[in-house]
Structures are given as structure tokens and as C-alpha cells.
Ligand binder design. Structure first.
Ligand code: 2P0
Length: 319
């Protein structure tokens, strides 16, 4: 009996992740099957913790950071639709309490850690004892990038070839890189104006430049995997920054245009390029929001702090 609770409450915890080569565009919208593979790094200490239990009620009860959400709230609706996959019967509903230690939807993908934590909580509640690949596959059904949040360190999400999606899951790349640092330049943490789900749909449908994307993305993914394995930071940084800017180029060439950048985002980019001209190895990546994520090695920390002030610095293999 797959949907019989083995305990009164299940819990799960998962980190957010930042893609070094990005996921942008689906070949199957229902199953969240991507048009290209992607590689990410998880940020320990930033993420989601979720508790889940079964209730006899007419609908699910969803709490976000202890705030009950109305059933018609977009987040509650999306979670309930995902939970439809796991109901034992019509009157079987869930109470979910989910805590985010990142501002929701600020471009630090909380949907990624959210669905990964939710799948871990379900696995705990129902005692499925699934492995990382199986958990990743289920998390992908909630949100594509969630497939990568089941793992610490670097993760690789295989695009997969099958229509059923059974080969589209992520796995850990088991290279540890203690000197690897990420700096968070927070330009704006307000809710983003357009969801990634809608944004990538619009891009696939209206952007002529998008044709070139899947091929570049898959090439970048291979380069980044190689750079991780050989600890070639210059190659990793260059490929990650170019990949992010290429993704944003497809967004900008979408109609209606998708421009997540703000003026301060561009100012921060120029700062990165100036530092590079001075010989400091620093690169950036950006997601569906205005914030920059700086990529650098530990030895550059003083220079980064001097240039960017008191930004949050994450050391994924030390924190
Ligand atoms: C990424 N992003 O690879 C890319 C880069 C945003 C920009 O994955 O529709 O929230 O839930 O599968 O996973 C954000 O997209 O989209 C994302 P859905 P998701 O991190």
C-alpha cells in the first residue's frame, strides 16, 4: 500500500541550488521534462524544511512560514495539484507546513528546495525508502529545478530521452571543492513579476534565438562537468557566466520581453568585469530575478568583500 502513512508526521529538509549551466525550456510541460540538461551547486543552510501529515478534510491545509494560505493561493494550488499524485482516496488530504530560509521567489529558487523537501517528507511519511534518483524524479514533477535539490554539492540533471520521463532525474557529482565560494548580491528580493514556468514557455514559443539554446546548454553542461572534475575554476566561471548571459539573451528576445535585470544588476556585472580586468578571478551567474550570484575561490574573498561590501558568502563544502 504505497499511500498508507507509517507515522503521524513526515519531515524533509532540502537546500536551494544555483545552476551553473541552466535549465530553460521544457519539451513536456506536464512532466517538467527539460529541453537540455543542467548542472548546479547546492547551498547548505539555505533551503526548505517541510512537515506533512494526513488529515480527513475537504481540502489540503497549506502553511507557508507558519502562515495559513487560502486554498485558491497560487502556491497552495500548485502544491495540492502535485499532492494529487499521492492521495490514497478522494477524502485523503494533507496538512503541510513549509518553512523557507530564503525569501520566496526572489530568484533563489525556493520552489527547488520546496519540492525536494516535500518529496523527502512524503518519503518519510509513507516510508517508501526511495533512493536519490527516485526522489529526484518525483521532485522534478513538482518543479524541474527541484530534481537537483536532493543533493549536496554539485548535481547533474540528465535531460533524459524518454517521453515518460523515467530517465530525467539528477544525481550528485561527487567532487568536493572546499575553496569554492558563492557571493549573493541582493539587488531586490521582492516577488518576481513573471514565474519561471510561464517565462520559459513564452521563450520557447516566441524567441527565434531559442533555437540555438539547447545545443549550447548541453555543450556548456559538459564543459562545466569537466571543469568540476579537473577543478579548472577559470573554465567553470567563464562557461557559467556565458551560459547565464546566453539564457538571459533568449529571455530578452522573447515577446513580450522578459527582463529580470534591474539597473543595479548591470552595475554589479560591470563591477565583476572590472575586477577581472584587475586579474581577480571572479564570475557571476543570474537566474529568473535581478540578483547576482558571484563565483570565486576562497583566496579572492578579501578582494570581493572590498568591492561588494558586506554580502553573504556561502562556502558550499564548508558551511
Ligand atoms: C535553473 N531556473 O536552471 C533555471 C535558471 C531559473 C533560471 O530552474 O516550471 O522553477 O517549476 O520546472 O524549476 C527555475 O525554473 O521551473 C529554474 P518549473 P523552475 O535553475
Amino acid at each position: 500500500e504505497p499511500f498508507e502513512a507509517k507515522k503521524t508526521q513526515g519531515t524533509g529538509k532540502a537546500p536551494v541550488n544555483i545552476a551553473l549551466s541552466k535549465y530553460w525550456g521544457k519539451r513536456d510541460i506536464e512532466l517538467n521534462l527539460p529541453l537540455n540538461g543542467s548542472v548546479s551547486i547546492s547551498l547548505p543552510g539555505l533551503g526548505t524544511e517541510t512537515e506533512i501529515s494526513l488529515i480527513e478534510a475537504a481540502e489540503d491545509k497549506v502553511l507557508l512560514n507558519n502562515e495559513p494560505l487560502p486554498a485558491e493561493h497560487a502556491f497552495a494550488k500548485r502544491v495540492s495539484k502535485f499532492l494529487d499524485l499521492f492521495r490514497g482516496g478522494d477524502n485523503q488530504h494533507f496538512a503541510i507546513n513549509t518553512y523557507n530560509s530564503v525569501p520566496t521567489a526572489a530568484g533563489l529558487a525556493s520552489s527547488a528546495s520546496g519540492y525536494a523537501a516535500l518529496v523527502l517528507a512524503l518519503n518519510d511519511l509513507f516510508d517508501w525508502q526511495l533512493n536519490g534518483q527516485q526522489l529526484s524524479l518525483l521532485a522534478r514533477l513538482g518543479s524541474g529545478s527541484a530534481s537537483r535539490s536532493l543533493f549536496n554539492g554539485f548535481a547533474l540533471w540528465h535531460k533524459g530521452e524518454n517521453e515518460n520521463g523515467l530517465d530525467s532525474f539528477a544525481e550528485a557529482i561527487d567532487t568536493k571543492w572546499p575553496e569554492f565560494c558563492i557571493g549573493l548580491v541582493e539587488v531586490d528580493i521582492k516577488e518576481k513579476p513573471l514565474s519561471s514556468t510561464q517565462g520559459m514557455q513564452n521563450t520557447v514559443n516566441t524567441c527565434d534565438l531559442y533555437q540555438a539554446w539547447p545545443e549550447q546548454a548541453n555543450r556548456d553542461m559538459q564543459s562545466i562537468i569537466e571543469a568540476i572534475q579537473t577543478k579548472d575554476f577559470a573554465a567553470l566561471g567563464k562557461t557559467a557566466e556565458h551560459n547565464a548571459l546566453s539564457m538571459h539573451a533568449t529571455m530578452i528576445a522573447t515577446w513580450p520581453p522578459i527582463v529580470y535585470w534591474q539597473a543595479e544588476s548591470v552595475t554589479a556585472m560591470h563591477k565583476v568585469w572590472q575586477l577581472r580586468e584587475q586579474g581577480i578571478e571572479i564570475f557571476f551567474t543570474m537566474d529568473a530575478g535581478p540578483n547576482l550570484k558571484l563565483l570565486f575561490l576562497e583566496k579572492q574573498k578579501p578582494a570581493i568583500k572590498q568591492a561588494f561590501g558586506d554580502i553573504r558568502i556561502i562556502e558550499p563544502f564548508k558551511d
